[in-house]
Write a protein that binds this ligand. Structure first.
Ligand code: FES
Length: 240
């Protein structure tokens, strides 16, 4: 059910309730199986993998102990479908439907990672179980994309529980237009088109030129699966 959050207080309460519920849920499960549902892995069948894995756990009476969730791109797209076990940090690559029973029996119930699904070092061919020990991951420091691979991209509540919209809340309730522009300038944020146009400059021009008070800007034509909620949001705005 969709909630209308029409005041900062309602947003705060919603955020707090969601965060608490999520951390209780995460504590409850023995493992959270994150199946990558980024474009590359979807092309290799990860949506079906997620559904079948969840179905099998349900069928075997294990869905109360192990949770399956979709995530955005985990990173190594050429190795998809990829799975990251949230609690143990174990990473699997090239996972197929035929591997579901091994994951359940050997890993989830038996406590031993499924070796053939682990990443193998290029140098010596040895298996590496934890993502933190795989060079591909430990040579990276994600900043903007730090939550990519942990949030379900089609679940807006997952985003909100992770602190999504906190900056928007601050902007709408605490900052003046000039302070917002200053923040943009300090951040160095630029457009991702060819010109790399500084965002603060674009917004500053809009502020000077447009004589109306409130402008809502969105790019509904760019709605992808990850942003499919925009379409719903956009229709609500147009019919409000
Ligand atoms: S799309 Fe799955 S790892 Fe990138």
């Amino acid at each position: 059910m969709m909630h209308k959050l029409d005041s900062p207080e309602k947003f705060d309460k919603y955020f707090q309730d969601l965060s608490e519920k999520q951390s209780e849920q995460y504590n409850h499960y023995k493992e959270i199986i994150q199946v990558c549902t980024g474009g590359g892995c979807i092309a290799c069948g990860s949506l079906n993998l997620r559904t079948q894995l969840a179905g099998k756990l349900e069928e075997r009476g294990l869905s109360g102990k192990f949770m399956v969730k979709g995530t955005g791109c985990l990173g190594p797209c050429s190795k998809g479908p990829a799975i990251m076990m949230m609690k143990s940090g174990i990473f699997y690559e090239n996972v197929h439907l035929a591997d579901i029973d091994s994951i359940i029996d050997e890993h989830l119930l038996g406590g031993t990672p499924v070796e053939k699904l682990l990443h193998h070092n290029d140098e010596d061919g040895k298996p590496v179980a934890k993502a933190a020990d795989i060079k591909f991951f430990n040579h990276q420091r994600k900043i903007v994309l730090r939550r990519c691979g942990t949030i379900d991209p089609v679940d807006i509540n997952d985003y909100i529980a992770a602190g999504g919209y906190i900056s928007l809340r601050k902007t709408l309730t605490q900052l003046s237009p000039d302070q917002v522009l200053e923040e943009m300038k300090t951040s160095g944020l630029r457009g991702r088109g060819g010109a790399g146009f500084p965002t603060f400059m674009k917004w500053n021009l809009a502020k000077k030129k447009v004589p109306i008070k409130n402008i809502f800007c969105a790019t509904p034509t760019k709605a992808t699966r990850e942003h499919s909620w925009i379409e719903v949001f956009w229709k609500e705005i147009l019919t409000a």
